[in-house]
Design a protein around this ligand. Structure first.
Ligand SMILES: [Zn+2]
Ligand SMILES: [Zn+2]
Length: 253
């Protein structure tokens, strides 16, 4: 074998080993703890195989500021206020929106790695953080977990629905049923690209309930911006009989 042939073969074997280890890691097999050299995505420090952020970096991730709107979590200028302008001046269909932190360096990098880099290990870690956030919030029990859907073409373009992935992992951890309750029936331009007036109608009729039910629902999404998507999904869920919707997202912009 020539030198370049040997190099190609050893590179192939190395890639094969990496894939095998990644497969073990995906399956959550205990032996991976010994084999897989996991590193913190921020600083490169070694971490346990099922973590993607080391404890000091996790500690430094920014949290939602206080005081904040009791309904949507938007930071407020004064302790004397309970609600932000948006929640105070219009009816929101969701009862409460919880997020891990602001959409800034830290959470933004993790979300990018998960959504665009398809780093599923990051997604699993984010889902576990979402479960901890939900448990700490002391919300009423929910009957199931659902997610903000994408249209088929949006999901094909992305390769997967990050919100559904988070909802599935969170449901397993919280031992709750994960239900597909909504479908997105038309593609909508991103809210941030629109004027205030266009945003009002952009999402109208974009979602449809595919199942009815009763009780409280936990609606998972990756990012809360104006809250209009969460609001429209919650409105659709309530039209299908559910009586309370808590929104749980990784970040809020
Ligand atoms: Zn670190
Ligand atoms: Zn608010």
């Amino acid at each position: 074998m020539t030198t370049s042939g040997a190099t190609r073969t050893s590179s192939f074997v190395w890639r094969g080993c990496c894939r095998a280890l990644a497969a073990i890691r995906q399956g959550g097999v205990g032996v991976a703890a010994l084999l897989y050299p996991a590193e913190c995505v921020h600083c490169g420090a070694p971490v346990a195989w099922d973590r993607v952020v080391c404890a000091p970096c996790a500690e430094r991730l920014p949290r939602v500021a206080s005081p904040a709107c009791v309904q949507c979590g938007e930071p407020l200028a004064s302790e004397s206020l309970d609600l932000c302008l948006r929640c105070g001046t219009r009816v929101r269909s969701f009862e409460r929106a919880l997020a891990l932190g602001p959409y800034e360096e830290g959470w933004r990098d993790l979300l990018h790695a998960f959504k665009f880099g398809r780093e599923k290990a990051v997604g699993r870690w984010l889902a576990r953080e979402l479960c901890a956030r939900f448990a700490a919030a002391g919300e009423d029990p929910v009957v199931c977990i659902t997610h903000v859907p994408m249209t088929r073409s949006e999901e094909r373009a992305r390769g997967f629905n990050p919100s559904r992935f988070l909802a599935r992992v969170a449901a397993r951890q919280l031992q709750l049923p994960e239900r597909r309750l909504l479908a997105k029936v038309r593609t909508t331009p991103p809210q941030r690209a629109l004027s205030a007036r266009e945003r009002e109608t952009n999402l109208s009729g974009a979602f449809r309930a595919i199942r009815s039910g009763k009780g409280a629902v936990l609606l998972v999404d990756d990012l809360l911006t104006t809250g209009a998507t969460a609001d429209e999904c919650a409105r659709t869920l309530k039209g299908a009989g559910f009586d309370r919707v808590t929104v749980l997202t990784v970040a809020r912009a």
